[in-house]
Design a protein around this ligand. Structure first.
Ligand code: IPM
Ligand code: MG
Length: 362
C-alpha cells in the first residue's frame, strides 16, 4: 500500500518523538511491503516563528489531501503570553476544526509492567482497559465567546451543541463499544446544563440502535470520582469536549505516565483508503523543560502511529505488530526516565525507538 502521511512535528520534544515514530513506521513498511511517504509541515510555535501564524494555509491543504497526520506536540514558554494574538494551541484547535476531527479516541490501558509507576494502588489498576471518546469540535471550545480584554469586566464561553454533533460522536463511540466489551458510559451534567440535557436525550435516541450495549449515563463530577475508585469497571466512555479534556488527563494517571498514552482524532471518511482522515498524537505536551536532551519517552507517539495504521489505513496486523513490539521492549525491562523504577534499565529517546524497531523486525 502507498500512503502519504503528513508530519506536524511541532515544538519542544515534538520533533524527537515524531522522529522515532517515523522510524517505526518505516520499519513496518519494510516488513509488510508498504510505501509510506512523510510530508513535513509547520504548525504551532515553530509555525508562528517561521510563517507568522500557528496554522499556515499550506499545512491545512497538505493535511486535507493526506491519508493521515502524525503530530508531536505544540507550545512552549516562548509563546506563552495569554494576550498574544496567536498561540500554538490555536493551531491545534484550528486543524481539528479545519479537518472536522470530531471524535478524539484516547485509549487507557495499564501495561502490567508499569503498574508500579502509577500513583494509584495496584489492586485498583488491575484490568483497566478503557477507551475515552471525547467530542472534539464543539462545546465551549468553539461556541460563541466574549473576551474581557485588558479593561473588560465580563467574559463568556458558550457550550453549544447541535443534535448532529452529538449523534455522530455517540454513534462512533457505540460502534467502538460493540467491538469491545459492549459497555458504554455517557458522561454529562444533565442536572444543570441545557447542552447536557440535549446530549442525554440524543444519546438515548442513538443508542436505541444498539440494543446489545449495556449503557449508563453518569454525571461528570461523579465520573471524576469513579475513574479513580473503580476504573476497571469502564469500557467505552463518551463525553463532550471540555469534560473529555479533563477526564482524559485524569485517566492518563492510571497508566502511570502521560508518556505512554496515544490518541487519535478522527473525522469523516475522506482519505484515499476510504477510511477516516485522522490526526494521531501523544496526549502529553511539548515538555519544553526536557526538549533537546534526548530523554523524552517516544512510546506514546509510537503507539499513536499504531492507531494511525489501524484507523486511517486499515492495517490492523501492522498496528498490532507495533503494539507487540512495545510490549516486548517493556518486558525486557527497558524504560525511559519517566517510567523507570528499581531494576529497570534507563535509556534515551533514540535507543528506545531503536529497540522497538528491533523488536518489530523479529
Ligand atoms: C488536549 C490539550 C488541548 C485541549 C490544548 C493544548 C488546547 O489539552 O489535547 O487535551 O484542550 O484540547
Ligand atoms: Mg487536554
Amino acid at each position: 500500500m502507498n500512503a502519504n502521511i503528513v508530519v506536524l512535528a511541532g515544538d519542544g520534544i515534538g520533533p524527537e518523538v515524531t522522529n522515532e515514530a517515523k522510524k517505526i513506521l518505516t520499519a513496518v513498511a519494510g516488513k509488510f511491503g508498504h510505501n509510506f511517504t512523510f510530508d513535513h509541515q509547520l504548525m504551532g510555535g515553530c509555525a508562528i516563528d517561521e510563517k507568522g501564524t500557528s496554522l499556515p494555509d499550506a499545512t491545512v491543504e497538505a493535511c486535507k489531501v493526506a491519508d493521515a497526520v502524525l503530530l508531536g506536540a505544540v507550545g512552549g514558554p516562548k509563546w506563552d503570553n495569554p494576550n498574544a494574538p496567536d498561540r500554538p494551541e490555536r493551531g491545534l484547535l484550528g486543524i481539528r476544526k479545519a479537518l472536522n476531527l470530531f471524535a478524539n479516541l484516547r485509549p487507557v490501558k495499564v501495561h502490567p509492567q508499569l503498574i508500579s509507576a502509577s500513583a494509584i494502588k495496584e489492586e485498583v489498576l488491575a484490568g483497566v482497559d478503557l477507551l475515552v471518546v471525547r467530542e472534539l469540535t464543539g462545546g465551549a471550545y468553539f461556541g460563541p465567546r466574549k473576551e474581557a480584554g485588558e479593561e473588560g469586566y465580563e467574559a463568556y464561553d458558550t457550550m453549544l451543541y447541535t443534535r448532529l454533533e452529538i449523534e455522530r460522536v455517540v454513534r462512533l463511540a457505540a460502534d467502538a463499544a460493540m467491538g469491545r466489551r459492549k459497555k458504554l458510559t455517557s458522561v454529562d451534567k444533565a442536572n444543570v446544563l441545557a447542552s447536557s440535557r440535549l446530549w442525554r436525550r440524543v444519546t438515548v435516541d442513538v443508542l436505541k440502535d444498539y440494543p446489545e450495549l449495556s449503557v449508563d449515563h453518569v454525571l461528570v463530577d461523579a465520573m471524576a470520582m469513579h475513574l479513580i475508585r473503580r476504573p476497571a469497571d469502564y469500557d467505552v466512555v463518551v463525553s463532550e469536549n471540555l469534560f473529555g479534556d479533563i477526564l482524559t488527563d485524569e485517566a492518563s494517571m492510571l497508566a502511570g505516565s502521560m508518556g505512554m498514552l496515544p490518541s487519535a482524532s478522527l473525522g469523516d471518511v475522506m482519505n484515499s483508503h476510504k477510511l477516516p482522515l485522522g490526526l494521531y498524537e501523544p496526549i502529553h505536551g511539548s515538555a519544553p523543560d526536557i526538549a533537546g536532551r534526548g530523554i523524552s519517552n517516544p512510546l506514546a507517539t509510537i503507539l499513536s502511529s499504531a492507531m494511525l495504521l489501524r484507523h486511517s489505513l486499515g492495517l490492523e496486523a501492522e498496528a498490532a505488530a507495533i503494539e507487540a513490539a512495545v510490549d516486548t521492549v517493556l518486558n525486557e525491562g527497558v524504560r525511559t526516565g519517566d517510567i523507570a523504577h528499581t531494576g529497570t534499565e534507563v535509556v534515551g529517546t533514540e535507543v528506545m525507538g531503536n529497540l522497538v524497531v528491533e523488536a518489530l523486525k523479529v
